[in-house]
Each structure stands twice: as C-alpha cells, then as structure tokens.
Design a protein around this ligand. Sequence first.
Ligand SMILES: [Zn+2]
Length: 71
Amino acid sequence: MGLFGSFQNWKNAKYEDHMSKMKEENKCPDCNGRGFLIFPASMYLYNSESLNCHGCNGTGLYEEWGQSGEI
Ligand SMILES: [Zn+2]
C-alpha cells in the first residue's frame, strides 16, 4: 500500500532525525537525555528505580545507550 509506505518513510525520517539530533547532543534517544522514562501511570508507582531508562542505565547519555548489552 502506497499510503502505508509513505507513512513508514515519514516515521523512519522522523526517527533518523531524532537519532542524529540525540547523537549530536550525546543524549539517550530512548529517554531524550533525561535518564528516566515517564509513563502515564508513573504516579502510581512507588519504586522509582523501575522508571530508570534501561537503554542508558539512567545516565541519559548517548554514549551509554550505544554500549547497552556489551557489559
Ligand atoms: Zn535513556
């Protein structure tokens, strides 16, 4: 489907743009450099550790994100 294809292209372009921007600023693309993730239900969670970004181990750094899984 052409429509689906163009939507995928748009999504990929947005993703690439986001990734290169995050890389430039050395920010984790998963959490935008915050080091933690925000969920709508976060206010109901008491264990704040579960909100830590696993992509960057809570550091918010692109470097750290790129190394995930190498430990
Ligand atoms: Zn992160």
